[in-house]
Design a protein around this ligand. Structure first.
Ligand code: BES
Ligand code: MN
Ligand code: ZN
Length: 509
């Protein structure tokens, strides 16, 4: 799907499908009004007759409107005018994205009116979000086994955004960014949706290496013996039950310009992102029950979001330095697997008593967090499908957020709102640390039944004291179950927004 941006009169714009907005309880926005007038009031009559649903995202398709150049017109409801905001705007654009996947039109145009931008937002925001939502809506998982002839095309090749005012460079850029983010999400979704027989730690490593080759960034892959030499005892304790060899993936993206420090060469410190890459979580010796165990192929979605994000930032040529770390392994039972009661030494030197081998995410992440110290990062964000308890606490709407720094937590919270990929902060108080006491090591890897998302974060915090750190528990947000089963690509929109905001702020230095 290719996006362009145009200044034009919508009624005279030649396209297979012209998409226009309308509110309930307010006059038509100027752009839609122009088409309404050209067609002798067809649109306004339709709205006043109540034919267009009240709910944002309701649509009506009209064919061959007299006086209008487009073959078809799709009228989309932005909901009630007095409650118009981000949510109704997103619902409307999700509906537009969906409509574009089913239309037979060869090309389409979306007319954006000033009145259709939510309060407090601007055209650049709208274009970045809209292009991302529309491009993401066209995502379709196509397993490698699907034959070419079964490959369905989704939507028109060309989609134009018609804007009222003159087009400027920042709007063009916003459009490209939205699309790049959607492409990063598509990669993250593909990796999540693939079965664990295909999406192995080696497959994640190959994917990262391929991206590095394509976009010219450095990718380092550590194998088991490298990790043994380093002393990653916690990570290796998880990997030892599986036949699949573990990989420790490190991506280096250098988009930041060398700073003007005293020596003339001072570089600004990178942002480090750490993503959990458990390609299948059977639980290990603390075996999981069978129901829905297939969903544990999604346990690498944190890692996939980091790999997808690298595709997006490289495509956007983001002017920042970013390090991506993905510890990748399978958590399987086996003759060589770790047992409950085993004590292991982490890369940090702290010892851990493994009381439950199913609490494996924190074991691979703790060594990755220690490894991240070597990059002297400005901040570290880890992303992990870490606990079922987080889903119990927050449901599947926000990701859980924990942080040892208020400013970082607030920045992530705001970016989540801006990107429509929200987080909700949970506490990391000292008192929770007591729950991790062990008689045989510095700490246990579980903290009992209560507050499971928090004790998991409390465990991680012991390995993240050298820098500003945030932890995103995406167990509830990384995939959908049931009929709509599949990867969501979250929290890639949030992370991209965070990095873009950071890069924009740095421009002023
Ligand atoms: N990958 C799971 C967390 C998970 C569970 C994500 C269900 C999404 C849906 C994680 O490795 C795990 O097994 N966590 C345990 C921790 C417990 C043993 C302390 C959990 O949440 O039950
Ligand atoms: Mn587990
Ligand atoms: Zn897991």
């Amino acid at each position: 799907m290719e996006f362009t941006i145009k200044t034009a009169s919508p009624e005279r714009f030649r396209t297979g499908l012209l998409i226009l907005g309308a509110f309930v309880g307010a006059p038509l926005p100027a752009t839609s009004r122009a088409v309404d007038e050209a067609s002798q009031g067809r649109l306004s009559r339709l709205v006043s007759d109540g034919e267009l649903g009240d709910k944002a995202g309701a649509t009506v398709l009209l064919h061959g409107l007299a006086g209008v150049a487009a073959d078809r017109v799709l009228l989309v409801s932005f909901g009630k005018a007095d409650s118009f905001g981000d949510k109704s705007w997103r619902d409307a654009f999700a509906a537009i994205g969906k409509a574009l996947t089913t239309t037979v039109a060869k090309d389409a145009a979306i007319a954006l009116d000033e009145a259709e931008i939510p309060p407090g937002r601007d055209a650049v925001w709208a274009l970045r979000q809209a292009s991302r939502i529309v491009a993401d809506g066209a995502y379709l998982f196509e397993p490698a086994s699907a034959e070419k002839k079964h490959k369905k095309k989704r939507g028109p090749n060309k989609v134009a955004f018609i804007v009222p005012a003159a087009v400027d460079e920042t709007q063009e850029e916003a459009l490209r960014q939205g699309r790049a983010i959607a492409e990063g999400m598509a990669l993250a979704k593909d990796l999540g949706n693939l079965g664990a027989n295909v999406c192995t730690p080696a497959h994640l490593a190959d994917t990262a290496r391929g991206l590095g080759r394509q976009y010219k960034f450095e990718v380092e892959i550590l194998a088991r013996d490298d990790m043994e030499k380093l002393g990653m005892g916690a990570f290796l304790a998880v990997a030892r039950g599986a036949r699949q060899e573990p990989r420790f993936i490190v991506m280096h993206y250098h988009g930041g310009k060398p700073g003007k420090g005293k020596g003339g060469k001072a570089k600004s410190p990178p942002v480090a992102l750490v993503g959990k890459g458990i390609t299948f979580d059977a639980g290990g010796i603390s075996l999981k029950p069978g129901a829905e165990m297939d969903e544990m192929k999604y346990d690498m979605c944190g890692g996939a979001s980091v790999i997808g994000l690298f595709k997006a930032i490289a495509a956007m040529a983001l002017p920042l330095d970013v390090i991506g770390i993905v510890p990748a392994a399978e958590n399987m039972p086996g003759g060589n697997a770790s047992r409950p009661g085993d004590v292991v030494r982490s890369l940090s030197g702290q010892t851990i008593e493994i009381l439950n081998t199913d609490a494996e995410g924190r074991l691979i992440l703790c060594d990755a967090l220690t490894y991240a110290e070597r990059f002297k990062p400005a901040c570290v964000i880890d992303i992990a499908t870490l606990t079922g308890a987080c889903i119990v606490a927050l449901g599947k709407i926000p990701s859980g957020l924990f942080a040892n720094d208020d400013e970082l937590a607030e920045a992530l919270t705001q970016c989540g709102i801006d990107a429509g990929d929200r987080v909700w902060r949970l506490p990391l108080w000292e008192e929770y640390q007591d729950l991790l006491k062990s008689n045989f090591a510095d700490m246990a890897n579980i903290g009992g039944r209560n507050g499971g998302a928090i004790t998991a974060a409390a465990f991680l915090s012991r390995f993240a004291s050298a820098y500003k750190w945030a932890h995103l528990d995406i167990a509830g947000t990384a995939w959908l179950s049931g009929e709509a089963k599949g990867s969501t690509g979250r929290p890639l929109p949030l992370l991209a927004e965070f990095l873009l905001a950071r890069a924009a702020a740095r421009k002023h230095y």
